[in-house]
Ligand binder design. Structure first.
Ligand SMILES: [Zn+2]
Length: 627
């Protein structure tokens, strides 16, 4: 149906068909800039870390080469696999000589490290050979395998992956033999291999890979993990997937599992899988999603919290969870064609995900909270981005998404072309070449020019974001405005999305945010950094109904931005030692801040959340009190 796709996903069915990475060029804007920085700065840094962090030396040890001992975590191999995937998508985007050489060199090393029976995991081969597949609840063996399969698919689709694909298939065949044919009922404590096996099936048409993915999903909730490892909730083994009503446990695990569930639906048509995943999506969006699109309210277990447990300061919002959410939503969008999934992709992309990386592409957040207090004490980095991590799941994951971002911008279907994300560039599909000119997200005007068309009528579908008043552009039930015409070459169509800044209030059940507001403009969520304020950030409160003024700036360390100025008051600084609680005789709810007229007027200045922490390490908050 979708034919050959040079991108992460090539499902056999679905409401929308994905495009190849090299059919969508992003020419500018924040993401065009990021793709350039990813290639010039982030990926070279990642490649250097493959040696330094032990990922490649560990595999040399497994191959019987080199000296030393195993370094890092039991899932250290996965860092290399994600890095290989990033490089492969980069090769699709802008072919060169260096990347195929790195892929070939890595594939040769992996082939030498791989056991004759196909098994491959440097940690278990070197450190715990007697415990292979014996501690799946936390071993990450299948998780690592999944990232290998995704890297191999990427390299194959980039045209430079023959040897890597052979390594991946030997490992996949080994898993099939053990966990499908021999009847072993294990599941990995960290889902990821499910979605990867489906994609390997899509590439190779080897049906046993799909069957194994489906079996691993059906095996959840059978008590295979029980009280081992971090327990059944943490690893989504508490209930069968068709019965679980809400996202629980480790956020990245839940979200990768959901991606795999929708993938298996797309290949088998098992509606019960789509239904249960959509049910959890609706619950998640209503009760467990940060305003930035971030997921995971708790540091403890990197986990989802209870419904409406969304603390700004202690929220976890791991960068990998943002990526996994985009993966899941992309599959739901392809399966259903519904724009609400593209809406959430946009929210996550511009906020929870974009905040993960510094403006220069050399530092990364693992955790993306919505507030930084003055006395953060957790580690030596004081809550700032770092160059790398001992557990480095996030940086190469970020790189593979940015390299493949073109894949997530637009799709085709029998009627024509759908544009989901607005970025300046060129989209090619089915004989149509469409140029997109825009200064989004700074400006709401997006102009489409049909450069080439195969002739005859076709429909251009444009997503009208849920945050935008539709105006003259009436969206259909899926959230898209449809323009069906006999398009002529050179013909244009322009939309104007309303970027008036918005004051946003939290649901009354989110106790941690009560009495606060946040600011959004277009797809961007804003935050307040101390460096932009004329008073102490902790002593500023917004005036309810404040006018919000957008101001364009070029900030050192940040680059181009649009700030929002809001009317605020400066509260008197709290005297040191003031008791945290005080009895009141008031019969109505009041706050300690008292009457608005008692306080000096001030301006509170907000910057897009994704651009925070590029100047100093000062206070930050997304949610700010209302007086
Ligand atoms: Zn991570």
């Amino acid at each position: 149906m979708s034919g050959f796709v040079r991108g992460p996903l090539a499902p056999s069915t679905g409401a929308q068909w994905p495009l190849s990475i090299d059919d969508v060029e992003i020419h500018g804007g924040p993401f065009g800039r990021w793709q350039r920085i990813n290639r010039e700065h982030s990926i070279p840094l990642g490649l250097e870390q493959m040696e330094r962090s032990g990922a490649v030396p560990n595999l040399r040890l497994a191959a019987g080469e080199g000296e030393g001992t195993f370094q890092g975590y039991r899932f250290q191999d996965s860092d290399l696999y994600k890095q290989l995937e990033a490089v492969a998508w980069e090769q699709c985007r802008l072919p060169g000589d260096a990347y195929p050489a790195f892929i070939a060199e890595s594939a040769a090393l992996l082939a030498r490290a791989q056991r004759p029976d196909g098994y491959l995991n440097s940690h278990y081969q070197m450190v715990k050979p007697d415990l292979i597949y014996q501690e799946l609840e936390y071993s990450h063996e299948m998780y690592c395998a999944g990232h290998l399969f995704q890297a191999a698919v990427a390299a194959a689709r980039a045209g430079c992956g023959e040897e890597l694909l052979a390594v991946a298939r030997r490992f996949a065949d080994h898993l099939v033999q053990r966990f499908l044919r021999d009847g072993d009922d294990g599941i990995d404590g960290h889902p990821e291999v499910e979605t990867a096996l489906v994609e390997l099936y899509r590439l190779t048409r080897e049906r046993s890979y799909l069957e194994l993915a489906a079996k691993l999903i059906d095996n959840r909730g059978k008590g295979l993990i029980a009280d081992k490892g971090m327990g059944p909730l943490y690893a989504q083994d508490h209930l069968p997937v068709r019965e679980a009503g809400t996202a629980v446990g480790h956020a990245v695990r839940q979200l990768y599992l959901e991606a795999g569930i929708v993938d298996v639906y797309l290949e088998t048509g098992d509606e019960s899988l789509l239904e249960c995943s959509v049910r959890r999506w609706e619950d998640l969006v209503a009760t467990k999603t940060a305003i930035t699109g971030g997921h995971g309210s708790r540091h403890d277990g990197e986990a989802f919290g209870e419904r409406y447990e969304l603390p700004p300061d202690r929220s976890y919002n791991e960068s990998c969870a943002a990526i996994a959410s985009i993966h899941w939503n992309w599959r739901l969008l392809l399966a259903t064609g519904h724009g609400r999934y593209a809406d959430l992709i946009e929210r996550t992309l511009y906020n929870a995900f974009a905040a993960s990386t510094s403006a220069d592409g050399t530092r990364f957040f693992y955790v993306n909270p919505l507030q930084r207090r003055a006395d953060l004490f957790e580690d030596a980095y004081l809550g700032r981005r770092r160059e790398w991590f001992a557990c480095a799941c996030c940086p190469p994951n970020i790189m593979r998404l940015i390299s493949s971002l073109g894949h997530y911008v637009a799709t085709a279907d029998a009627e024509g072309l759908s544009v989901h994300q607005y970025m300046p560039g060129t989209i090619r599909a089915g004989g149509v070449t469409l140029d997109v000119e825009t200064d989004y997200p700074w400006d709401g005007r997006v102009r489409f020019t049909v450069r080439e068309t195969p002739g005859g009528a076709w429909t251009l579908k444009l997503r009208i974001p849920a945050w935008s008043p539709p105006g003259a552009l009436t969206p259909d039930d899926n959230g898209y405005t449809r323009i069906r015409r006999d398009w002529e070459p050179g013909e244009t169509f322009t939309i104007d999305l309303d970027l008036t800044p918005r004051l946003v209030l939290p649901h009354r059940r989110i106790d941690a945010l009560r009495g606060c507001a946040a600011i959004e403009r277009g797809p961007l969520v804003y935050c307040f950094e101390q460096i932009d304020q004329e008073a102490g950030l902790d002593d500023l409160a917004l005036v309810p109904g404040t006018r919000l003024r957008a101001v364009e700036r070029d900030l050192p360390g940040v680059g181009r931005t649009v700030l929002i100025e809001a009317e605020a008051v400066r509260l008197p600084p709290a005297p040191p030692g003031e008791p945290p609680y005080a009895a009141t005789t008031a019969t109505t709810a009041t706050t300690a801040s008292g009457d608005l007229r008692d306080h000096a007027p001030a301006t509170a200045t907000a910057v897009p959340y994704y651009q925070w922490d590029n100047r100093d390490g000062g206070l930050m908050r997304v949610w700010i009190p209302l007086v």
